[in-house]
Design a protein around this ligand. Structure first.
Ligand SMILES: [Zn+2]
Length: 500
């Protein structure tokens, strides 16, 4: 940016002798537009306009703290923009814009200039840019160090009528972009804001799946992904929160990446299940909802990021979380996996655990705990959305119509008689039924919220090689930390029943 000094220097060359004060700008018969004013003349005219308005807005008579930012020719005239400065540094976000018509006549002055500021001085030591950035990132709970994309700039912010020295730090974390103002001496984050414009959209989903909401699987079949009246009847209208406004299914907690590349300029995403976009909407809505639920429990650092989700990205009847890319992938074999919220929440469970303890599940027991926790997440989510005792301890009833012979169909049960170690067979999904049963019993005994809170808290205490015994110890420690151990007696009996 160039300093504003040229304005006063050129002021003598003004072609105008009078400036229409903005408040009294006349509206008359439109005249034929003249070519835009030359920028030199425009700056001079704008300078005169500012001087004419100085008393009204409190500008200094010499305009010495207004720095020229830009001169922009537009269809309807020229806009000359200034930045308010303090000690030659930017007073963040405070600008003045002068609008000139095509004849170079001042039409309007728009100002967020703050007059008569007292300036806070740095008494001992000014933070370095790196220190300021570290403070901003710590405040946002961002781990893993600074990103090369983060930007830092020294200037001033207005706080309680004072100009306070501060660094503006714009940090990037996943899809999030946050502007923080950090006090340049004490490192306190004075204010921050999310730079992404989040909007809510609308969409239609199965919630959690058509078998649960219909009350049975009768008449519901995949039929090679075709629509049917029975399935369309189970669509529910929902609000899609936190979209970034791009028109794509990208938001605070979910970033959909798919061949369908689903887009809506009005953020209205109404599809039936035969459309590939339907799975995009399902994945967005349910993952966003589960993450928001976790945050209502008080956890702001459990997988709090925009997770990339590849829907319909495999023709297998399988879905997975990748610990290397940190992405989720949903397959289309049988019923498309992302048509069932139980399956979506299960997979999201894997990403939660890896986020809390990177590398978790290095042992067979750890793997089984991962599958069991995923089933707990899926089943308790389904129970919360569509409570119905006929589906107690079941998960993924719609997905399961293509392979389960039980009635209602289910991916697995969370109430098997399996015990440790007798019924271990070395396959993580099978052995996960021991773990999911214990966790599901916790939800029955304490309610979903308390159980989920204890379980999520317990994950933080684990290590990549943790097994069942470590998991139970961590659950009891979490209950001690969160609830003073008030659930210990029940926890003892719940886990003893599973042989743990
Ligand atoms: Zn799994």
């Amino acid at each position: 940016m160039k300093r504003k000094t040229m304005i006063t220097a050129i002021a003598t060359a003004v072609m105008m002798t009078t400036v229409v004060p903005a408040a009294f700008a006349q509206t008359g018969t439109p005249t034929v537009a003249a070519p835009a004013a030359k920028s030199v003349d425009a700056q001079a005219a704008a300078g005169n306009a500012l001087k004419a308005e100085a008393a009204k807005y409190g500008f200094k008579s010499d305009l010495s703290d207004l720095q020229l930012v830009s001169t922009t020719n537009t269809l309807g005239g020229t806009i000359v923009r200034y930045q308010q400065t303090v000690n030659g540094e930017e007073l963040f976000t405070h600008q003045v814009a002068v609008t000139l018509d095509n004849a170079g006549q001042a039409l309007l002055v728009t100002s967020d200039y703050v007059p008569n500021l007292t300036v806070e001085t740095i008494k001992t030591k000014k933070l370095t840019e790196n220190e300021a950035e570290a403070k901003a990132l710590a405040d946002l709970n961002v781990t893993g160090g600074a990103s090369a994309m983060n930007s830092r700039k020294f200037g001033y912010v207005v706080e309680n009528g004072k100009a306070v020295p501060a660094f503006k730090v714009v940090s990037h974390n996943g899809e999030a972009e946050v502007e923080s103002f950090v006090h340049a001496e004490n490192g306190k984050v004075l204010k921050k804001r999310d730079l992404h414009q989040n909007v809510n959209g609308t969409g239609k989903v199965f919630n959690p799946n058509p078998v649960r909401t219909q009350g049975s699987a009768t008449g519901l079949t995949d039929n090679s992904n075709r629509d049917s009246t029975a399935l369309t009847n189970q669509l529910k209208a929902v609000t899609l929160q936190g979209l970034d406004g791009s028109g794509y299914l990208r938001g605070s907690y979910v970033y959909i990446k798919s061949k369908a590349n689903t887009f809506s300029s009005t953020n209205a995403f109404n599809f039936t299940r035969s459309s590939s976009s339907f799975e995009d909407v399902m994945a967005y809505y349910h993952i966003d909802t589960v993450q928001r639920y976790i945050q209502t429990l008080g956890f702001t650092n459990v997988n709090n990021r925009a997770i990339t989700v590849n829907t319909n990205a495999s023709t297998q009847d399988n879905s997975w979380y990748s610990p290397s890319t940190k992405d989720l992938t949903f397959g289309t074999g049988g019923v498309d996996d992302a048509e069932d919220a139980g399956i979506i929440a299960h997979e999201y469970g894997h990403s939660i655990q890896d986020n809390q303890v990177p590398g978790f599940g290095a042992t067979e027991e750890g793997g089984a705990m991962g599958e069991g926790f995923g089933d707990f997440m899926g089943a308790t989510y389904e129970d919360a959305v569509a409570p119905n005792t006929a589906f107690k301890a079941l998960i993924g009833e719609w997905d399961a119509t293509s392979y389960s012979s039980s009635n209602p169909p289910t991916l697995r049960r969370l109430d098997t008689t399996k015990k440790y170690p007798t019924n271990m067979d070395g396959e993580v999904h099978d052995d996960g039924e021991i773990w999911s049963h214990g966790e599901y019993d916790m939800a029955q005994a304490f309610g979903r919220d308390v159980a989920t809170k204890i379980i999520l808290q317990s994950h933080f205490s684990l290590t990549p090689n943790s097994g069942f015994a470590n998991g139970v110890a961590a659950i009891k420690a979490a209950d001690q930390a969160l609830y003073g151990g008030s659930h210990l007696t029940q926890l003892n009996s719940i886990w003893a029943a599973r042989g743990l």
